[in-house]
Design a protein around this ligand. Structure first.
Ligand SMILES: Nc1ncnc2c1ncn2[C@@H]1O[C@H](COP(=O)(O)OP(=O)(O)OP(=O)(O)O)[C@@H](O)[C@H]1O
Length: 242
């Protein structure tokens, strides 16, 4: 078994409210997993727990066979997160932000400069490299946060609705970056409400409903985006995903 991420009986309560209920899940190395579910199903909470940004009320999360609660620091360096929260510093320029995060991850300085230049090119921000982030549009900030998340070449990349704020061109560019990541090196898990993208990009689909996994399948078992939409509707019973 080649599980890079393993959840055993993970539950989360906020006060008395159960948000995740006994989640058991193995994610294999190189998987590109889509996590679908309606608003409030618990997707972001699950991803925060898997990325060591939040602790479960019960259960364990293992990354590469190590308990995430015991060694958060070193395991975090294996993880990249792209979410609505950009984690960028407004008063620093694009390059200064990437340098800051690169140094935090202990990337050697020559390698870091090469990596920064390459990523700024990939997210098409070379011309704005020396501008402060406070002058960036939301889409530019999102593109820079993509570069930030990929800087240390994470083994697992969590994407929480990464297309939010991207125009069509930026979304296309991002899609290319995402699909060019070598599955040998990067396992990807993406929260999204976009059925077509899920069907076209991902190789496994998980549907979460009211804190439980209600569907989990290889995409090769699903014959079309239309079938996936029907599966989603039959489990979740509303149409907030398109
Ligand atoms: N810090 C918190 N304190 C209290 N309740 C919380 C907290 N974070 C999330 N919740 C609640 O947990 C439930 C699940 O939230 P979560 O953000 O995980 O859902 P989601 O599936 O990601 O939804 P969406 O698609 O809207 O982003 C919601 O009812 C939410 O209000």
């Amino acid at each position: 078994m080649d599980a890079i991420l393993s959840l055993n009986n993970v539950s989360k309560k906020f006060g008395n409210m159960p948000v995740l209920k006994g989640i058991d899940l193995d994610i294999n190395k190189g998987d590109f997993v889509a996590l679908l579910g309606s608003n409030g199903a618990g997707k972001t909470t699950l991803v925060k727990i898997m990325s060591a940004l939040s602790s479960p009320s019960e259960g364990t999360v293992m990354v590469n066979g190590n308990d995430i609660s015991k060694d958060q620091g070193s395991l975090r360096s294996l993880i990249g997160v792209i979410s609505h929260e950009t984690y960028l510093y407004n008063d620093l320029t694009a390059v200064e932000n990437l340098r800051f995060f690169g140094q935090m991850y202990g990337i050697e300085s020559k390698k870091l400069e090469v990596r920064i230049n390459g990523l700024l090119e990939q997210v098409e921000l070379v011309k704005r490299a020396d501008d402060r982030v406070s002058t960036f549009s939301r889409g530019m900030k999102q593109r820079l946060s993509i570069a930030r998340a990929l800087l240390h070449e994470p083994s697992i990349l969590f994407l929480d609705e990464p297309y939010t704020g991207l125009d069509q061109h930026a979304a296309h560019t991002f899609e290319k970056v995402l699909l060019e990541l070598d599955p040998k090196d990067t396992t990807r898990l993406m929260i999204t409400h976009d059925i077509n993208r899920t069907y076209n990009m991902c190789d496994r689909v998980i549907i979460l409903d009211k804190g439980s996994i209600v569907f989990d399948s290889l995409m090769s078992e699903v014959t079309s985006a239309e079938e996936l939409r029907n599966i989603y509707l039959s489990h979740v019973g509303n149409n907030d995903t398109f």
